[in-house]
Design a protein. Structure first.
Length: 290
């Protein structure tokens, strides 16, 4: 089943105990704020908040009385963290057995207090994953109406193809930004376009505002000029740079800042001059394009 996501996706990873530690009212306020600003898709993973953030979101969603059909919920499974909520995990690893995938999806449904997931992703590839077993789990979850669409996260084209031979892959969420642009060069986005796989980009601002390196210094100097030219924030310019790629990438925005949330969708309508687009890539590389 084809699932339509909002052009920009709200990333929920930092809403809970891993960072902002928001209460239920604050969760509800953020959910409504994103929806009011045209962002209706929310990106989760079972591990966020040490396996607690899904439940915090689910409680807020239920109390908010928001129409479930007006939003889209993404979650991921597979990473096994050492956590008090997973006492049997003595080391970080991956688990993709049929029974576990089904259990994890059902557990996410319970935590999010919903009857179905719009998109269910495998969080990271495992060397031990069995494509047939994964396909059986996906088929069961779809047949039972518990997931509408299936995909992967952080998978290479060959890893994706391994699964695609057994089951439909509709999404792949990968790292992509002006500072981490490998996915547009290593065949990842080309492969996704060939096979009609929708890309999502996590950490879409990269390290531009978080690290002081030669790369980020060059980018910030350029962005200062582009802000004056386009009369819009540098973060919106970086999102527009991603969204201008023909693969149709949806950035996963992790901000909880009200002012920034209200600006995010401006990236959808901002079309950078082609030379400005290449200038961002050039400054990131530190040399001319090949």
């Amino acid at each position: 089943m084809s699932v339509e996501l909002s052009p920009i996706i709200a990333g929920v990873m930092n809403w809970g105990v891993w960072d902002k530690n928001l209460n239920t009212n604050e969760f509800t306020h953020l959910i409504n704020l994103f929806i009011e600003n045209g962002i209706t898709t929310f990106d989760h993973a079972d591990i966020y908040g040490g396996y607690t953030t899904e439940a915090s979101f689910g409680k807020a969603l239920t109390e908010s009385k928001i129409d479930r059909k007006k939003i889209q919920l993404i979650t991921k499974c597979g990473i096994q963290y050492t956590s008090e909520n997973r006492p049997n995990n003595s080391i970080k690893h991956y688990e993709y057995s049929k029974d576990y995938i089904i259990w994890s999806a059902e557990n996410s449904l319970k935590n999010l207090q919903t009857d179905y997931l719009d998109v269910f992703l495998l969080h990271r590839p495992s060397p031990l994953m069995q494509a047939d077993e994964i396909a059986e789990a996906v088929s069961k979850l779809k047949a039972d109406g518990k997931i509408l669409s299936f995909g992967v996260s952080n998978f290479t084209p060959f890893q994706t193809e391994l699964l695609r031979q057994k089951t439909e892959i509709s999404f792949n969420q990968v790292q992509f930004s002006a500072t981490h642009y490998e996915a547009m060069l290593d065949g990842s986005f080309d492969y996704m376009q060939v096979h009609n796989i929708k890309p999502m980009a996590w950490n879409p601002l990269g390290t531009v505002f978080r690290e002081n390196t030669d790369q980020t210094f060059r980018l910030r100097q350029l962005l200062a000029k582009l802000v004056e030219k386009y009369h819009i924030g540098s973060d919106i310019i970086l999102l527009a740079w991603i969204m201008q790629h023909p693969a149709g990438i949806s950035p996963v925005a992790g901000t909880v800042n009200s002012g920034r949330i209200q600006q995010l969708m401006k990236a959808k309508s901002l079309v950078l001059d082609k030379q400005d687009w290449f200038a961002i890539w050039t400054e990131s590389m530190g040399n001319r394009v090949p």
